[in-house]
Design a protein around this ligand. Structure first.
Ligand SMILES: C[S@@+](CC[C@H](N)C(=O)[O-])C[C@H]1O[C@@H](n2cnc3c(N)ncnc32)[C@H](O)[C@@H]1O
Length: 204
């Protein structure tokens, strides 16, 4: 029988309610959350860029949740950041209102064919959940190199009625968080256009 080397991947504590702030040191200050960190280098760079930041990653693949969570601990960052092997949709449903200051979604949906539509991460339901867990005025940052996806994300977030573009438009030229995701670095190296969307959540 083949044993899954990642069967003990880090998981959120059990229970209907989980407060992500308690998983990275406690305290009332909201945390930052990355959906689908993959190989996880954005987390490491973001923590280095701002010593006050506390971060939670939610990564559906047990392998990468395990590797990245261990890497954070090995670098002495485990008290400020954790990665859990979770599907963002079920994880967010357990988080309290207004527990996060920023939600990052970098290059979430590499599939662009119609039949992959049902696997999309950013659905109208998820946009509402992001708005709920953000503090009023919190930021939602999305990046993609699939241009059609950018239009779809803009419309899903806009139609939620819970966000406003951070500037004159939601499209921003640069990533303002002093950290880059692995796919972002690859897209830049390959000269691919990247669309970056920045929204601010509206007061409830
Ligand atoms: C294309 S990769 C991008 C990885 C990383 N964000 C980057 O920019 O380099 C998308 C990531 O999202 C993760 N993912 C997909 N659906 C997810 C879900 N429902 N919940 C959490 N993570 C998810 C995938 O496992 C994968 O690691």
């Amino acid at each position: 029988m083949r044993i899954d080397p990642y069967q003990d991947a880090p998981r959120l504590p059990e229970g209907d309610r989980v407060d992500p702030r308690e998983l990275v040191g406690g305290g009332p200050e909201p945390v930052e959350i990355e959906i689908g960190p993959g190989r996880g280098w954005f987390l490491v760079e973001r923590l280095a860029a701002d010593p006050a930041v506390r971060l939670i990653g939610l990564e559906i693949r047990r392998k990468w949740a395990t590797i990245v969570d261990r890497r954070l601990a090995a670098r002495g960052l485990g008290a400020r950041a954790r990665v859990f092997a979770e599907d963002v949709r079920s994880a967010f449903a357990r988080f309290p209102d207004a527990c996060a200051s920023v939600v990052f979604l970098h290059f979430p949906d590499p599939w662009w064919k119609k039949r992959h539509q049902k696997r999309l991460v950013l659905t109208p339901e998820l946009a509402l959940e992001v708005a709920r867990i953000l503090v009023p005025g919190g930021l939602f940052f999305i990046q993609t190199d699939v241009l059609e996806r950018a239009d779809a994300y803009e419309s899903v977030v806009g139609l939620s009625g819970r966000f406003a573009p951070e500037g004159p438009s939601s499209r921003v030229d640069e990533n303002p968080f002093s950290a880059r995701s692995p796919r972002e670095r690859r897209a830049m190296a390959d000269g691919l256009p990247i669309v970056r969307l920045l929204f601010r959540s509206l007061p409830r």
